[in-house]
Design a binder for this molecule. Sequence first.
Ligand SMILES: [Zn+2]
Length: 675
Amino acid sequence: MNVSLLPTAFLPFLVLAACNGQDAAPDLDIRANDRVFINGRIYTANKDHAFAASMIIRDDEIAATYGPNVVTNEAVPDGAEVVDLHGHLVLPGLHDAHLHPIRAMPLDICSLEDTPSTLTEIAAFTSDCTSKPGMSEGEWLGVLLWNFAAGNQPGDEFQSIREALDAVSTEKPVILRGSDGHHYAVNSVALARAKNANGETVGFTKETLATEFTDLAPYIGVDETGKLNGRLTEDYALEAIGGENILDSSIAKARDKPELMMEVTLPRGITSFLDAAAEPRTLDIYDELRAKNEFHARAHLTLYFDPGAYRDEAGTVDFDAIIAEAKTIRAKYAHDPLIKADFLKLYADGVLEGDPLTDPPTLPNGAFSRNYLQPIFAWDEAAQWVRVASYVDTASVLCVETRAAIAAHQMPDITSFKMEHGFHPQQCLEANGVLQHPEDVIMDYVRIGDAAGFTFHIHAIGDRAVETAIDAIEAARRKNGGDNKHIITHLQVVRPEDIARFKSNDIYASFTYAWATRDTQYDATVIPFIDRSDGPAGMYDPDGYYYRNVYPAAALRDAGAVIIAGSDAPVDTKDPRPFVNIEGAVSRSIFDLPPLNEKQAISIYEAVDAYTINAAKALQQDAIAGSLEPGKKADFIILDQDIFDLTASGQAAQISETTVLETWFGGEKVYASSE
Ligand SMILES: [Zn+2]
């Protein structure tokens, strides 16, 4: 036998092999060519949450696992390989049930990496990076992963992001894409390119927003005088300025180096994932990797078709065309052992972040069950950030009259209104966000896709979007009589009355647990619009609607729903950071701040199961992956620290520092840390 050792100096603990093999179980079955892992702390993720000490790998599968003192060096026959785990923790390979693996690739592109930056810093970075060779986007200058929520502080130089980007170029259009994929910033050249319905270049201006572009106006940021500040919400306005396909150079660069996809997953221990919005035009990147035999993951593609793009003039969506296209792709991968294309993506709404830095503040546009509040923000010099000074009473006579005036296109004089009342007249408006598509389109798509045997992965962030997503799934299952188990992802706020409906409709609940934590700057873009945040508890009132219903992981578990995990990388961070997410799940805190509703924390076992066996169920591959049990594929990871022990000893705050030492996929070592 040969003995390979992990490249570490860790002391063995917990499991000591018996020295003479007398404890060997009678049915011990180890053969030549097997790989035998001994002296480990192997979390099997089986139904008993059992640990094993040793594991026999035969070909690409797990042949057996055994408890302590069963398998010893001496019990291993010649020809088999022994790997001493030195007491390290082994987990099943992780399943990331919400990943954008192509957009998360470490490509040579201009990216602000979501770092909160001042307007001056953003202008300097954008100028510098986009002027390098190979970094422009055709005639556009583009930067990815702009943190739209935090940073962006004005200074002496620039009052708005538009001014900052005008400093980058007054000749070329400049665009930043927000790290959530739902926010953009552009310069004046880009705004001036807007074409109206007749194809005439009229530009986005205060005047054209009030006339030709009233439909797009809610998505285009303005300052207190109505002047455009360069901020765009969602991508609806991009088509008018010819920017809908910019930033595509990142896809071309991904195509050049498809192997970088594995750098997203394997160093983080991810051996399975759901590509949460697989665009058909990018699937050749997968094919290239498969052809080179360099694809080491069990992937499920969530095919993304925008129903809005399949709509005729009367608003009727050609679902037959979508399903036909989806079926063709599904058939192409039907016999691929590693890639399946059996999910469909649907966005039920947008996001819950408003923008406190604009005047009037941009309200969140996620579909919510109640009207958003209208906070009056003040700049806090010490904190270099906004605080909530007070609120507009939208039920007041003043606001009722102001709304009527605005509806009649008689906007009060903004400057004098503000002088008199202390807020922008548009803050009298009432809104509760929007669904991404008309409700009947959501209902129809889910029913038709479900009937065609596809599983939906529905993005729902506001509580009204969650309700609609559940309604659609419920109606589809009733009509089609199937038992397809769909996934709803994000679930930032869920109405209490919808919690039990997950179990009754077999819906998997997918969370990004790193977000189920406090993040003061981010929270200021959301919570003040939902709950009064000018009281003594500030934004974190335990009785507040947001606080009580935010990312309700434990409530869903208690109601019998299966909860799973996904990173949504590169949103927020390109690193899918599973151990940061696990830390967030168990402590509801990752930033040294108090927890965000600790009642919704889950146990370390539930968090690991969310990343392994339960996500494997959601990806419909628990028969072959998700736990370390005989007959399953040998997908597993070896970690540098024991996250179960850390949690038990009150050191959950260290879980995020976990390093993956090795990643094994189908019985082969596909990644080893250089540490
Ligand atoms: Zn996503």
